[in-house]
Design a protein around this ligand. Structure first.
Ligand SMILES: *Cc1c(COP(=O)(O)O)cnc(C)c1O
Length: 419
């Protein structure tokens, strides 16, 4: 029999230490965001400033995401909450082609299979159904989903829906959304994109990709709003027409009903929102501040900053003998040099035990992931590089620290000269 733990007294307050968040996410939340969160007063979800804040968030989000889509707003929760809302338009029996190339698109593929399954298909394997109407196209870890694979699969299957991740954080690869959007248009598929890792980092605009009708992102990566807030979503009129015609099996994540609280009703912006569920004024204020920060820096500048600092980190770890296999600008995914190969998990665990929060890959093969979300300064990158070098030395690597310092100094000096 299992022992039942009895709580005989109240636990002490939960202390969670500060760590150096240098993984794929969550990112280091900006102090301004935390301040807005803590400084907000208690107000109910229909109070005038809360509703005004939601309207302003909606407008800022359209700007950040480069879209005129009216149905652009936040879904309360994490990235998978926004994805669940976006994927809810997929109904049992719908035909779907989903491209996967790592952990997250893999999970999205599972979510799609669950939604597209008939009742019998779901019952046959409830947690991992394999509906006949869904084709999963697996691209190996470490590779991008490219034009050829996309064109071939959509031409062959002519699905109703097509799905892809924009940036696959599991393997650190950027997938070709230009080719994806074009192929969706050409073959009459409705494109859905997981943009969890690219929004707020890459400079791209939804309206340049007309083949994609649905987009979903998250609060904790490029948007930098970890205090559990809103997963941005954006839907074209074509997508909304689909939901209006066929419905979907959810109230909370219904793409049309969820939009009402953000003052989007019957396809139009209205003055103030109508009740859908209880939104938190604290969360609205934090999300609002995060969007203000992105717009104040500007998405063109942010994209440049990420590319610039990622290049510094990449050069430093390559000089330590690591092999980088990623091409995202918020993250490097690497293999350790030959003599340390196979000890990736040990190295990551050592780092994490010391509050240096890097990550392993979550699916095979095991690699190291080091991220730079909101760590866009010479000081922050130098600290990450030094702590990673310490961990390598601890495992027995010999590292020429002077050379690493020179590489970083040269990278940042060149920038200083260029300005
Ligand atoms: C992080 C991530 C997710 C999951 O987001 P959560 O906030 O953990 O729900 C989904 N897709 C991609 C591409 C991601 O990077």
């Amino acid at each position: 029999m299992n022992a039942i733990t009895t709580v005989t007294s109240v636990f002490p307050p939960l202390e969670i230490p500060e760590t150096l968040a240098a993984g794929p996410g969550p990112g280091n939340t900006d102090a301004r965001v935390l301040q807005r969160f803590a400084q907000s007063g208690l107000a109910d979800h229909m109070q005038a400033d809360v509703l005004r804040g939601m309207v302003e968030c909606k407008l800022m989000l359209r700007e950040v995401w480069g879209t005129k889509n009216i149905y652009t707003y936040g879904v309360a929760g994490t990235g998978f909450s926004g994805l669940d809302c976006m994927l809810s338009a997929i109904l049992p029996g719908d035909t779907v082609v989903a491209f996967t190339n790592g952990t997250f698109s893999g999970i999205d593929g599972l979510a799609i299979r669950m939604k597209a399954s008939t009742r019998e298909e779901l019952k046959a394997d409830p947690l991992n159904p394999k509906p006949a109407s869904v084709k999963i196209v697996e691209v190996p870890h470490g590779q991008s989903v490219g034009a050829e694979v996309i064109e071939q699969a959509l031409a062959e299957h002519k699905p109703k829906w097509a799905f892809m991740a924009h940036w696959e954080t599991g393997s650190g690869r950027i997938n070709d959304i230009r080719a994806f959007s074009d192929a969706c248009e050409k073959h009459g598929a409705l494109g859905l994109v997981d943009a969890v890792s690219s929004l707020g980092i890459e400079d791209f605009s939804i309206d340049d990709y007309p083949g994609v009708v649905g987009w979903a992102s998250c609060p904790q990566k490029g948007v930098l709003c970890l205090p559990l807030t809103y997963a941005p979503v954006s839907f074209s009129d074509r997508y909304i027409a689909e939901v209006r015609e066929n419905g979907c099996h959810t109230y909370a994540h219904n793409p049309i009903l969820e939009a009402r609280h953000w003052a989007i009703i019957d396809g139009k912006d209205v003055e103030k929102g109508a009740y859908h569920r209880t939104h938190s004024g604290y969360a609205v204020a934090a999300f609002h501040e995060a969007l203000r920060i992105i717009l104040q820096i500007g998405k063109v500048q942010r994209a440049k900053d990420y590319a610039f600092h990622e290049a510094a980190l990449r050069a430093a770890v390559e000089a330590m003998g690591c092999k980088v296999t990623s091409n995202m600008t918020s993250l490097v995914v690497l293999n350790l040099p030959g003599d340390l190969a196979g000890r990736e998990m040990e190295l990551v665990q050592n780092c994490r035990a010391r509050g240096f929060g890097i990550w392993p890959t979550l699916s095979e093969p095991v690699q190291v992931r080091i991220g730079i979300l909101n760590q866009l300064s010479e000081a922050a990158i130098t600290e990450i590089v030094n702590r990673f070098a310490d961990a390598m030395v601890e495992l027995g690597a010999s590292i020429d620290r002077d050379r690493i310092s020179d590489i970083l100094a040269q990278h940042y000096d060149r920038a200083a000269l260029a300005n």
